[in-house]
Design a protein. Structure first.
Ligand SMILES: Cc1cc2nc3c(=O)[nH]c(=O)nc-3n(C[C@H](O)[C@H](O)[C@H](O)COP(=O)(O)OP(=O)(O)OC[C@H]3O[C@@H](n4cnc5c(N)ncnc54)[C@H](O)[C@@H]3O)c2cc1C
Length: 369
């Protein structure tokens, strides 16, 4: 790895901040360029629900995402504990599993969901999907038994407070005097550095699509609503299976719940539509009557950066730029593993030891284009 002041990171969203954090910890000198401001309000990283759900997501994702998600879930607690030693911003994290429920008339959805889950892989990893009867559901999430009599439990899944994480990473970087150029929209060719890591998410679309035509980058609109519901106590993330409005609720500290998310083939990031708001809020109300008195704190839309196969990719331009993109709806789920792979990959580039045999040994070889 270069030890000179030579690593420029484009984009201080999720990946950019995490990479800067890890590289700074390792004694590297990095400089960040970010189009937005320090709060990153207009990024996917800020809007996300930050659920860490490798098992539930296996129903709709490739095994690579499941593998990277499980590996990342093992990294998050240690990373957050380390971060807490150097910062004053607490980052809420929990790993109490996910509860999945459905209304009686939607039992076919539950069957389909179970069929699509990568159960063989969970079992191999020492986990299992558990069916919950009324008594077991009552033990895990008593608030849900007002409307549901059964469910599914996916142990080991987690979630974190994304906004607190972004703030804590920023605090760490500032304390370590990492230069960050805010409100500075750049391309790789604009910055002077020995090495560039492009983490601009959807902001890299034009460059990415010029260079990597077969795997073109696009945005997938997602809408989320934050509510304050002091009358409802749900401890862990809950997914509602529904043929038209599948929904998740991610509980954050102080009775705040993030409800999401729509998935719309559009790069429109204007306000949440009335239809989406109605669907998300009605589905939430159908979970527990106490949500009826919840207060709507915020509604937001942003785009997930997605590639054609919905898998992340890492590409090296052969000279000085590593581009990482396509984290789609799994950024928080897979970011720690992605960051470690990127750092390892760069180290091999620097040492001149990068070759196809080394890449072929790893489960993540599909990442490399
Ligand atoms: C509604 C919604 C819900 C989600 N829920 C989850 C979830 O529950 N779990 C999960 O794991 N993931 C979730 N995600 C996905 C996750 O947020 C993304 O995968 C992740 O944020 C992608 O990280 P990134 O760093 O690649 O991009 P981003 O976080 O978008 O960061 C890119 C950064 O680059 C900056 N930038 C862009 N162009 C330029 C430029 N020219 N110059 C400088 N800077 C630039 C941007 O301002 C931004 O700060 C969700 C996303 C959305 C939208």
């Amino acid at each position: 790895m270069p030890t000179s002041n030579s690593i420029a990171i484009l984009g201080a969203g999720l990946l950019g901040r995490l990479l800067a954090y890890r590289l700074t910890q390792q004694g590297q000198s990095v400089v960040l360029y970010e189009r937005d401001g320090p709060q990153a309000e207009h990024t996917a990283a800020y809007v996300a629900a930050a659920m860490l759900a490798p098992f539930a997501e296996s129903a709709v994702s490739d095994r690579l995402v499941t593998q990277m998600g499980i590996a990342s879930l093992m990294r998050w607690p240690a990373w957050l504990a380390e971060l807490a030693q150097h910062t004053t911003t607490p980052v809420f994290f929990q790993q109490e599993g996910t509860v999945v429920v459905w209304h009686r008339q939607d039992k076919e959805e539950a069957l389909r969901f179970c069929q699509r889950l990568d159960r063989a892989y969970f079992t191999e990893q020492g986990h299992d999907v558990r069916s919950l009867d009324l008594a077991q559901l009552t033990l895990l999430e008593p608030a849900l038994v007002t409307r549901f009599m059964q469910g599914i439990y996916l142990p080991g899944e987690g979630q974190l407070d994304n906004r607190a994480l972004l703030a804590a990473l920023l605090e760490y970087l500032e304390k370590n005097h990492v230069p960050i150029h805010w409100h500075c929209a750049v391309d790789a060719c604009d910055v002077v550095a020995d090495m560039v890591i492009d983490c601009r998410g959807l902001g890299a679309k034009r460059d990415w699509n010029q260079k990597h035509r077969p795997t073109s980058l696009r945005g997938v609109r997602g809408e989320v609503i934050r509510i304050y519901a002091p009358d409802v106590y749900i401890q862990r993330p809950v997914r509602l299976l529904h043929p038209r409005y599948p929904l998740y609720i991610a509980p954050k500290p102080n009775h705040v719940y993030v409800i999401g998310a729509t998935e719309i083939e559009s790069e429109d990031v204007s306000e949440v539509s009335m239809r989406s708001a109605l669907e998300l809020l009605s589905a939430t109300y159908s979970l527990h009557p106490g949500f009826g008195e919840a207060r709507v704190l915020e509604m937001r839309a942003q785009c997930r950066p997605a590639l054609a196969d919905h898998l992340p990719k890492m590409t090296w331009d052969g000279t000085r730029c590593l581009s990482i993109n396509g984290l789609y709806r799994h950024g928080y789920l897979i970011a720690p593993e992605m960051v470690e792979i990127a750092i390892d990959y760069l180290a091999h580039i620097q040492a001149g030891t990068l070759n196809s045999t080394w890449i072929a040994q790893h489960f993540w070889r599909q990442l490399i284009e």
